[in-house]
Ligand binder design. Structure first.
Ligand SMILES: C[S@@+](CC[C@H](N)C(=O)[O-])C[C@H]1O[C@@H](n2cnc3c(N)ncnc32)[C@H](O)[C@@H]1O
Length: 231
């Protein structure tokens, strides 16, 4: 039995709702979200989900208020993005900016990313970003962490050969947790070579809301990068 074997199939344990939504936000959730939400069931061709041809599809899990995802969408209009965020207030905030800026290279999922991944075709994603996942720092909570052998297996299946996985966190114990699983995985190569590679943000990085809080509290982030081994 492996050390992650007790994790069940879900990986969402957070809040779905916070403060009451303002009128404009409720409208976005009622009208825009259903338009951009991924279809139920198996998704045959993720590239076909976008209103115009895209070169590749990237996934961001738990985008929070969407600061990083929006920046990547602006930076790479030729890429189709799938953003996953079950917290409805974060989703509303993200949709408001995407609509205001007329960004169309996006589809979203307001549920658990661990349940979405198996619905994507094998090898269909160019990249997966998991930025500041909920840390679950107490020992008894650790099995709730998004990263496990099982979810790394889901990532490996969904990524193309050579596809990129990024993981950022300010919780050293979670960084070590993820790194040990990446190193043990037959599917990934950890590509950071020097401390600067994981201490410095990714190219083009924008500070997320959660990262700003972590830095204010005196915690230092790590930015891990791994590549899907060739298959
Ligand atoms: C600590 S916050 C970080 C948000 C954002 N990435 C940032 O850096 O500001 C973690 C986010 O992951 C989301 N989340 C937790 N479990 C998830 C899951 N199983 N699938 C998708 N998102 C999840 C939460 O709703 C929350 O918004």
């Amino acid at each position: 039995m492996t050390h992650d074997a007790d994790q069940d199939e879900r990986a969402f344990f957070g809040r779905r709702k916070g403060k009451a939504l303002r009128d404009g936000q409720s409208l976005l959730i009622e009208e825009t979200l259903p338009r951009l939400r991924l279809p139920e069931g198996e998704i045959a061709d993720p590239k076909a989900l976008f209103p115009r041809p895209v070169e590749a599809v990237r996934l961001e899990i738990g985008f929070g208020g969407g600061e990083h995802l929006l920046m990547r969408m602006r930076e790479s209009p030729e890429i189709g993005f799938i953003g996953v965020e079950p917290f409805i207030n974060g989703m509303a905030k993200f949709l408001a900016v995407a609509a205001r800026e007329g960004l169309d290279n996006i589809r979203v999922w307001d549920g658990d990313a661990a349940l979405l991944l198996p619905r994507l075709p094998a090898g269909s994603l160019d990249a997966i970003d998991l930025l500041y996942p909920d840390p679950w720092p107490k020992r008894r909570q650790r099995k709730r962490r998004f990263v496990s052998e099982r979810t790394l297996g889901l990532f490996a299946r969904a990524l193309r050969s050579g596809g990129r996985f990024r993981f950022a966190s300010d919780i050293d114990d979670y960084v070590g947790w993820t790194l040990s699983r990446l190193l043990a995985s037959p599917d990934f190569d950890w590509v950071d070579e020097r401390p600067d590679d994981w201490r410095k943000p990714y190219p083009g990085w924008i500070r997320t809301r959660y990262e700003a809080k972590a830095i204010k509290a005196g915690r230092a982030p790590s930015y891990l990068s791994a590549l899907r081994r060739a298959f």
